[in-house]
Design a protein around this ligand. Structure first.
Ligand code: S3P
Length: 256
């Protein structure tokens, strides 16, 4: 058997080599992003990611520590994305827009695409109040819900590299817009009332639309909110007839 000191020396050498390679690897990740930015290439290629994952599985094979190796590489890939995202922008992304414009879907896709943290303002309220939004409206009324919403947005003032998905009415209060603007670029997602109705009609979780599930009501409320949305927005992205990948690519490019 080898001496313990000798084994430890080899282990330390490994760490040094891994560290040197990781430094190199993160540098390459940043370089790739610079190249993509300069050439106007797509930022995120899910198909390529899938192939890279398959290649990795093949390279690991049935090694005794395959689960551990996979988990290490997953982390390396996440951190590479973080480096790339940081080279794109240093602010949060706040998603605003009418109910059913796809804020939650876009937020989840962006989280995966950019390895950013993700918070949902409605989910924060639900967790804090320990009841669904529907019940908060019913029990305490809309004003109370709006106060919770303002409070949640205020509490997000120190977060960084985060996607903040806001409820559809959040920007009706100026203080919320002011607080969001401090650390975030605000993206307005839009969709036609018909598209919105198709997306939300089977979901009973939105009290504002209870008993009002029709295009006329949506159109009217949208018109009332339009100026607030547009005034708050740094960037506007239309979502009709686009895939979530298209929407996110467009959004990221307009943020760069
Ligand atoms: C609201 C939108 C909802 C939620 C609440 C009120 C609104 O969020 O905050 O029901 O006033 O538009 P989503 O836009 O995520 O559905």
């Amino acid at each position: 058997m080898r001496e313990l000191n000798e084994i430890k020396k080899d282990l330390n050498c490994c760490d040094q080599e891994i560290l040197d390679l990781l430094k190199q690897r993160l540098g390459y990740a940043a370089e790739i992003m610079e190249y993509k930015k300069e050439q106007g290439l797509p930022i995120f290629l899910p198909e390529e990611e899938k192939i890279r994952h398959e290649d990795l599985l093949a390279a690991i094979g049935d090694h005794a520590y395959c689960d551990e190796l996979l988990s290490i590489f997953k982390q390396i890939h996440e951190e590479s994305k973080c480096v790339q995202t940081k080279s794109l922008f240093g602010h949060n992304i706040a998603l605003i827009g009418f109910m059913g414009t796809g804020k939650s879907t876009v937020s989840k896709y962006l989280r995966n695409m950019l390895a950013m943290k993700e918070v949902d303002v409605d989910a924060m309220i639900v967790e804090d109040q320990k009841m669904p939004i529907r019940d908060i409206f019913e029990k305490y009324g809309e004003e109370y819900f709006r106060d919770c919403e303002s409070n949640a947005i205020l509490n997000l003032r120190n977060c960084r590299q985060t996607i903040i998905s806001c409820g559809g009415g959040a920007v009706m209060r100026e203080e919320n817009v002011k607080n969001l603007k401090k650390g975030s670029r605000i993206i307005l997602l839009t969709a036609r009332p018909e598209t919105i109705l198709a997306r939300v009609k089977d979901d009973g979780g939105r009290p504002i639309l209870n008993g009002n599930m029709n295009v006329e009501f949506i159109k009217e409320l949208m018109a009332k909110r339009k100026d607030f949305y547009e005034k708050a927005a740094d960037i506007i992205v239309e979502t009709d007839h686009k895939s979530v990948q298209q929407i996110c690519e467009e959004l990221v490019v307009s943020l760069m």
